[in-house]
Design a protein around this ligand. Structure first.
Ligand code: 0RA
Length: 639
C-alpha cells in the first residue's frame, strides 16, 4: 500500500516534466499560441470523441462554450477506461491526460484511424489549460478527476456519484491558460465551420455546438446522413449544376479507405477539397493525385468509346476535365504521412494507386449507367478544351502584340523608373481623371500608374480565352509581367505591391470586386503571396488655420477634431472622389508611403473566398440577392 503511494508520486513527477515541455514550447505541439492554436485545443478533444464515434460506440457529440471561454466536449461513447494503467501505475484517465503521446490511441487495438496533425492528445490540452476536468460515466458510476495549472492533478481519479446504469460517455471541460495564449476568446464561426466539416466527413455523427457566452445563446446542430454527398450539395448550392446526381464512389484496400463525392456545375472554376483522416489537405497529395489522374483517364476513355470525342480530337487534359467540378476526397489511413510546407499534403505513396483504382472503377460505372449525364460531362470538358486551345492562341497573340504594340501599351501605363520589383508598386486607378492626378503626383521612381477606363470584365462568367480578348485585362497582364494560365510565373512579377485605388462609393467597390475576382481566379498566387492592396482614400478633410489634415472615416474624424485646440474653428469638408483631388492632395492622402493607409487583401480561407466570389459574381441570381440582403448593412459601405 505504501509502495503504491510512493509509486504514484514518482510517476506523477516524471509525467509533469513531460507536460512542462509542452508548456515551454507549445508551438511544437499545436502550431502556435494565437487563434489557430487556441482552437486546436478543441479539435484535439473533439477528435477523441469522433474516434470513439468512428469505432461505432458514439453518435452524439456536444460542444459548448460557457462564459469565460470554458469549453465542454461531451460524448455518449463507452466512457474512457477507468482502471489502472500497468505501465504508468496511474489510472488510465490520469495517464491519458498527463502522459505525452498516450492520448488518442489508448494503447493499440480499437482505432484504425486517428488524426495526423491532431491526435497529439488530451495531455497537450491539459498541459495548456489552467484547469481541466474529466467526467466518465460507466457502469452506474461517475468517475472524476480535476487538473490545475498546466495539468497538475489535484488528487487521483475518484468516484463522485452514481448515474443511470445505461448512461455511458465522457465529458471533458477545460479552460485555456491565459499565460500561454495571446487570446482565450473562442470564435463561434471557426468552431461551427470545422464542426460542420467534421459532420460532413463522418456521416451520421450528430454534433451540437452551443455558445452560452451571450444571451440569447447560439446553437447549431450538424448531422449528415449523406456525408460528403451533402457537402458537395452545399458547395454547389450557389451554382447551376450541370447534371442532377452527385457522383459518389467509395472503396477500401489494405485498411485504407477512400470516399469521393463530386458533381459538375456550369461555372469555369473547380473546387476540389481533399482530406486525410478528417484533416484538410490544401496542398493535396497522393489521394488527390490518384483521383485526379483517374478522372482524366476515365473521361477520355469513355468519351472516345461513346464517340463523343472524335479520334482526331486532342486528348482532354486534367484542367479540361476539372472545369466546373466540385469534389470532396476523403481518405482514411491507419498511418498517414503528412508532408509539404505546412504539413498538409498526404505523402503515403501507396495511396495514389489505391485512390486511382477505386475512383476509376466507380466513376466509370456511373458514366456507363447514366449516359445522359455522362454526355453532358464529356461535352463540357470538350468545350473547356477548345477554350484552352483558343486561349493559348490568344496568349501567343498577346505576347506578340505587346512586343509590337508597345506604344499603345505605354500610352496607358506610366511605369516607374526603378526596375527593382522589391521597391516598385503599381496603382490601378479608377478613371482617367484620377489617373491623371496620380501620374502627376506620384513618386515616379517607384510608383507606376495604370488608369482603368470603366468596368473590367467579370471573369467569374468568362473563360480565359474571353478574358484575354479584353483590352483592360491584357494591359494588366502585360504590366504585371507574370504571364497567365500555363505561362504564369510569380517570380516575374514586376511590382511588390499592386494597389487598387477606387472611389469609396458603390461604383468604386464594384470595380474593386471585379479586380479582386480577376486576381483571385487568374492570379491567385499573387493574392496568396500578399501582393494585393486596396488604397484607402480619406472621406473627410479638416482645415484649420493654415493646416489641412484628413480622416479616413467618422471615427478618425472625431479623434482628429478633438486634437484641435479649442480656440481654432475647423471648416470640415467631405471628399467626393479621387477624381476631384488635385495631384498633391491625392499623393498626400492616399499614395505617400509615409502617410497613407493601405489595406492588405488576404485569402486565409480559399473555401470561403470561393464561395463569396461564386455568390457575388456567378450565374445564379437568387443567392446573390440573398447575400446582399443578409449583408445589407455593409453593402453600401464596402464589399
Ligand atoms: C478506449 C477504450 C475504451 C474507451 C475509449 C478508448 C474512449 C476514449 C475516449 C475519448 C473521448 N471519448 C472517449 N470515449 C471512449 C473503452 C474500453 C472499455 O470498454 O474498457
Amino acid at each position: 500500500m505504501k509502495d503504491e503511494v510512493n509509486n504514484y508520486g514518482d510517476n506523477a513527477i516524471q509525467v509533469l516534466e513531460g507536460l512542462e515541455a509542452v508548456r515551454k514550447r507549445p508551438g511544437m505541439y499545436i502550431g502556435n499560441t494565437h487563434v489557430a492554436g487556441l482552437h486546436h485545443l478543441v479539435w484535439e478533444i473533439v477528435d477523441n470523441a469522433v474516434d470513439e464515434a468512428l469505432a461505432g460506440y458514439c453518435d452524439d457529440i456536444e460542444v459548448s462554450i460557457e462564459p469565460g471561454n470554458i469549453v465542454t466536449v461531451k460524448d455518449d461513447g463507452r466512457g474512457m477506461p477507468t482502471g489502472i494503467n500497468e505501465k504508468t501505475g496511474l489510472s488510465t484517465i490520469e495517464t491519458i491526460f498527463t502522459v505525452l503521446h498516450a492520448g488518442g490511441k489508448f494503447g493499440g487495438g480499437g482505432y484504425k484511424v486517428s488524426g495526423g496533425l491532431h491526435g497529439v492528445g488530451a495531455s497537450v490540452v491539459n498541459a495548456l489549460s489552467d484547469f481541466l476536468e474529466v467526467y466518465v460515466y460507466r457502469e452506474g458510476e461517475i468517475h472524476f478527476q480535476r487538473f490545475e495549472n498546466g495539468g497538475k492533478p489535484v488528487e487521483p481519479m475518484k468516484i463522485i456519484g452514481e448515474c443511470d446504469k445505461n448512461r455511458t460517455g465522457t465529458t471533458v471541460k477545460f479552460h485555456p491558460d491565459p499565460t500561454i495564449f495571446e487570446t482565450t476568446e473562442y470564435d463561434f464561426n471557426i468552431l461551427s465551420k470545422r464542426l460542420q466539416e467534421m459532420a460532413f466527413l463522418n456521416k451520421g455523427i450528430k454534433i451540437l455546438l452551443t455558445d452560452l457566452r451571450e444571451e440569447p445563446k447560439k446553437e447549431v446542430e450538424y448531422i449528415y446522413n449523406g456525408g460528403i454527398i451533402e457537402y458537395v450539395n452545399m458547395l454547389n448550392k450557389n451554382n447551376t449544376v450541370l447534371h442532377p446526381d452527385v457522383i459518389f464512389v467509395e472503396g477500401k484496400s489494405d485498411d485504407i479507405s477512400i470516399e469521393v463525392a463530386c458533381q459538375y456545375n456550369t461555372s469555369y472554376q473547380s473546387q476540389i477539397y481533399s482530406f486525410a483522416n478528417n484533416i484538410h489537405t490544401p496542398e493535396g497529395g497522393t489521394h488527390e493525385d490518384g483521383v485526379k489522374q483517374a478522372l482524366t483517364r476515365v473521361i477520355n476513355a469513355y468519351g472516345k468509346n461513346a464517340k463523343i470525342l472524335k479520334d482526331s480530337d486532342e486528348s482532354l487534359t486534367g484542367e479540361d476535365v476539372r472545369e466546373g467540378l466540385t469534389m470532396i476526397i476523403s481518405c482514411k489511413h491507419p498511418n498517414p504521412q503528412f508532408e509539404g510546407q505546412t504539413k498538409t499534403k498526404l505523402g503515403n505513396s501507396e495511396v495514389k494507386k489505391i485512390g486511382s483504382d477505386i475512383f476509376a472503377e466507380g466513376f466509370e460505372r456511373f458514366l456507363m449507367e447514366n449516359p445522359d449525364q455522362a454526355k453532358l460531362i464529356v461535352e463540357k470538358s470538350i468545350l473547356a478544351s477548345n477554350a484552352r486551345i483558343a486561349a493559348k492562341k490568344a496568349r501567343e497573340l498577346t505576347r506578340r502584340k505587346s512586343d509590337l504594340d508597345v506604344s499603345n501599351f505605354y500610352g496607358k501605363l506610366s511605369d516607374c523608373k526603378s526596375k527593382d520589383p522589391k521597391e516598385c508598386e503599381i496603382f490601378l486607378v479608377e478613371g482617367d481623371s484620377a489617373g491623371g492626378s496620380a501620374k502627376k503626383g506620384r513618386d515616379s521612381m517607384t510608383q507606376a500608374i495604370l488608369p482603368l477606363r470603366g468596368k473590367i470584365l467579370n471573369v467569374e462568367k468568362a473563360r480565359l480565352d474571353r478574358a484575354l480578348s479584353n483590352e483592360e485585362i491584357r494591359t494588366i497582364i502585360t504590366a504585371f509581367g507574370t504571364g497567365i494560365g500555363d505561362d504564369f510565373d510569380l517570380s516575374k512579377l514586376r511590382y511588390d505591391k499592386i494597389v487598387i485605388m477606387t472611389d469609396a462609393d458603390v461604383d468604386g467597390s464594384h470595380i474593386r470586386v471585379l479586380l479582386l475576382t480577376l486576381f483571385y481566379r487568374f492570379f491567385k498566387p499573387i493574392v496568396e503571396a500578399g501582393h494585393v492592396y486596396a488604397a484607402q482614400p480619406p472621406l473627410f478633410s479638416i482645415k484649420y488655420g493654415k493646416n489641412v489634415t484628413y480622416a479616413l472615416d467618422e471615427a478618425e474624424l472625431k479623434t482628429k477634431l478633438s486634437e484641435i485646440p479649442g480656440n481654432v474653428k475647423p471648416i470640415i469638408g467631405r471628399m467626393k472622389g479621387l477624381g476631384e483631388m488635385d495631384a498633391d492632395e491625392l499623393f498626400d492622402t492616399t499614395m505617400d508611403i509615409n502617410k497613407r493607409v493601405l489595406r492588405k487583401i488576404t485569402v486565409d480561407d480559399a473555401m470561403a473566398a470561393d464561395e463569396i466570389f461564386t455568390t457575388l459574381m456567378g450565374e445564379e441570381v437568387e443567392p446573390r440577392r440573398k447575400f446582399i440582403e443578409e449583408h445589407a448593412e455593409y453593402a453600401d459601405l464596402d464589399i
